[in-house]
Design a protein around this ligand. Structure first.
Ligand code: BGP
Length: 474
């Protein structure tokens, strides 16, 4: 393992910060989601969340506890911390002329605190936190105007933190918006709630195009601000396996991978894959894509590929395959893989899939890869101020082992690894506190009760030792 390997942890502003009205923060889409609901998005009135909770607005009050929390990260020896800048702390409505100084100052303090311990901030610009005003006023990423609002936000923060932050990512899990049947993804990625009868796929492609242009401008402008910036994309990397050797299974699985990698193709190569252009022609999609846009995409390709890796999917056209209830992909069936086990939340546990996908991405794109999310959601139990999270240690060890094989045997260039939810965050897809990820337990339950006290789990010492030995002793 290289000596400068970036071991660390990852969180996102909206899942940990809380303080949703503090420091002049505006309302983000994360503040108006209703826990686990598929019909989502409620209006917010006078600062009171109507849905009993999507608890993000209070979360674990990282806003008020960041010094204490960063001290614990430093104790584990973190080389980096991945978090996001809440867009609504900087531009509360998203379309203001001037940024909010209190918001900017908060991240100055946060980054200074990290740098004090030699922890490098790794920053996502958009992690499901778009100002809600942009949804109401402009229809979110349906509108080309969002490109200007987003890049203004991006340039503002890149200018401000140019001496403190080197690693940036534009949009978190940009490919999740392709899951058209579950509004949690279209809403949080794009600020879009589809209308009855709308051609969702067409809308998705248009919104993604505006995000690609915004991402490319961010890369180009970022390089002008500081040529040393490393600016990446971020992909939810989910291998798609064929269930059988039936050629039709092979084809559907391959096509599913291509659809997922559509986003990375554009962000890494700077142009659209041919199959997508064919599809638009076939469907008669007349998308708003200008010549100038295409030039921008070419000029603003990313330096590295950030990925999250949690699970793999298995796909089949075979009638005997056991279909999973939650068929998010719509056009092909997700089926049970007899060779992997599942978490309580139905996520497959597949460490070898990480090696497989690292190889695929590395060979396809020849860019460094940063694993910015991998983690184990588990209903940890606190007994006498202790959490014996052996399952988490086992899960992470297995994944890190596979990552090391990819690096040491297969020659994949991986620059870092950050464990998702290094301090228990609010779960994104369920809105629960019960689905925990951290090395640090936070005393707060699903109803919002608890002292917010931070307690080290057994995995805390395990990860500390792993970082100390640069991954040699798992
Ligand atoms: C990813 C998101 C994260 C995070 C993670 C775990 O999709 O980028 O924000 O939450 O998944 O998901 P969950 O919290 O639903 O278990």
């Amino acid at each position: 393992m290289r000596n400068d390997f970036l071991w660390g942890g990852a969180v996102a502003a909206h899942q940990v910060e809380g303080g949703f009205t503090q420091g002049g923060k505006g309302v983000s889409i994360a503040d108006v989601m209703t826990a686990g609901s598929k019909d989502h998005a409620r209006e917010i009135t006078e600062g009171i969340i109507e849905g009993k909770f999507y608890p993000n607005h209070e979360a674990i009050d990282f806003y008020g506890h960041y010094q204490e929390d960063i001290k614990l990260f430093a104790e584990m020896g973190f080389k980096c911390l991945r978090t996001s800048i809440a867009w609504t702390r900087i531009f509360p409505n998203g379309d203001e002329q001037e940024p909010n100084e209190a918001g900017l100052a908060f991240y100055d303090n946060l980054f200074d605190e990290l740098l004090k311990y030699g922890i490098e901030p790794v920053i996502t610009l958009s992690h499901f936190e778009m100002p809600y005003h942009l949804v109401k006023q402009y229809g979110g990423w349906r509108s080309r105007e969002l490109i200007g609002f987003f890049t203004k936000f991006a340039v503002t923060v890149m200018e401000r933190y140019k001496d403190k932050v080197n690693y940036w990512m534009t949009f978190n899990e940009i490919n999740n918006q392709r899951i058209l049947e579950n509004p949690i993804y279209s809403f949080t990625n794009s600020g879009i709630l589809y209308q009855e009868g709308e051609d969702k796929l067409k809308t998705m492609y248009q919104a993604a195009h505006y995000q690609f242009v915004a991402s490319a401008i961010t890369v180009s402008e970022g390089k002008k601000i500081n040529p040393d910036f490393q600016i990446g994309c971020m992909l939810a990397a989910t291998p798609n396996y064929p269930l059988t050797s039936d050629p039709s299974d092979i084809i559907v699985a391959q096509q599913e991978d291509e659809k997922q990698l559509f986003f990375t193709d554009v962000q890494v190569r700077g142009n659209y894959p041919r199959w997508a252009v064919k599809e638009w022609e076939r469907k008669g999609y007349d998308l708003d894509i200008t010549e100038e846009d295409l030039q921008l995409l070419k000029a603003g390709t990313v330096d590295y590929i950030g990925i999250s890796y949690y699970l793999s999917n298995t796909i089949s056209t075979r009638p005997e395959a056991v279909r999973l209830e939650d068929d998010l992909l719509g056009d092909s069936a997700l089926v049970e893989n007899p060779y992997v086990s599942m978490t309580e939340w139905g996520w497959s546990i597949d460490p070898a899939g990480l090696r497989h996908y690292l190889n695929l991405l590395s060979n396809r794109y020849e860019r460094p890869i940063f694993i910015v999310e991998n983690g184990f959601g588990y209903a940890d139990i606190l007994v006498e101020e202790k959490v014996h999270d052996v399952e988490r240690i086992d899960f992470l060890s297995q994944h890190i082992r596979e990552m090391k094989k990819a690096i040491e045997i297969d020659g994949v260039e991986v620059i870092g690894y950050t464990v998702w939810g290094c301090i228990d965050p609010i779960s994104f897809t369920t809105g629960e506190m019960r689905k925990r990820y951290g090395f640090i337990y936070v005393d707060r339950d699903n109803q919002g009760n608890g002292s917010l006290k931070r307690i080290k789990k057994d995995s805390f010492e395990w990860y500390k030792h792993l970082i100390q030995t640069n991954g040699a002793e798992l």
